[in-house]
Design a protein around this ligand. Sequence first.
Ligand SMILES: Nc1ncnc2c1ncn2[C@@H]1O[C@H](COP(=O)(O)OP(=O)(O)O)[C@@H](O)[C@H]1O
Ligand SMILES: [Mg+2]
Length: 245
Amino acid sequence: MNCFKLSSEQLSAQDHYDFGMRAVNTVISAAGLNKRSQPDADEAILMLRALKDSNLPKFLTDDIVLFSGIISDLFPGVKLPDPDYGSLMEQLMASTTDMGLQCVPQFMTKAIQLYDVTVLRHGLMTVGPTGGGKTMCKNVLAKALTALNKQHGEYYEVRQLVMNPKSITMGQLYGSFDDATHEWSDGILCKLFREGVYDTVERQKWIVFDGPVVDILTLQLDAKFPLQNDLRADICETFPGRPVD
Ligand SMILES: Nc1ncnc2c1ncn2[C@@H]1O[C@H](COP(=O)(O)OP(=O)(O)O)[C@@H](O)[C@H]1O
Ligand SMILES: [Mg+2]
């Protein structure tokens, strides 16, 4: 709690920063996952890791320094061992090269952070300038997770259901009701959801809105899919820079 209070006071003001109850809840779930995977580890370390994993991905570069300062004050003397991403990191690099992209450290870090957030959230948003590598990053991650699942049975296969919400009208997106004929036509989003639901293969289905963020869209999504446990809309800044897309 202290950590979020200090963060909200000291860090820069960004639309996508959130230090409220939802953020606290995420840290608690992350700490729970950590505890289950390493029941005997020092709890201060598990808590520190949870705080970092669920917050660092959304901070701008300057704020990362401030946030690190805050948590080192709150956890004096606790040193975090480097996390071991082993096979995931190797496969991410292989997939990046396969797709003809470069394994720039920043890009690889973002791919790992994107993975960390997918573990904690059911919904997330990557924010950054056009051409910043957001689409490529999610594709590399999906490809790497799928490859690891096929080769070693680790992680999970990913199926992406992609659309660009800016290219269609709201009616085409959600479906619309024709007042004259009282006929309902499904929108693309319904179709994608239905496809995901009827796809019984055990794999993750990612419904991707790949396109510019439209304010009204996020508001409508929040209204249409209220924040229940099984479907949460959350924002994660994965790419530093001006939030445009
Ligand atoms: N790691 C990378 N190495 C080389 N080129 C890249 C890399 N990531 C992205 N690019 C190039 O940048 C372009 C824009 O990336 P993209 O993911 O489409 O950006 P965004 O979705 O953020 O607008 C891509 O077409 C790709 O060629
Ligand atoms: Mg893109």
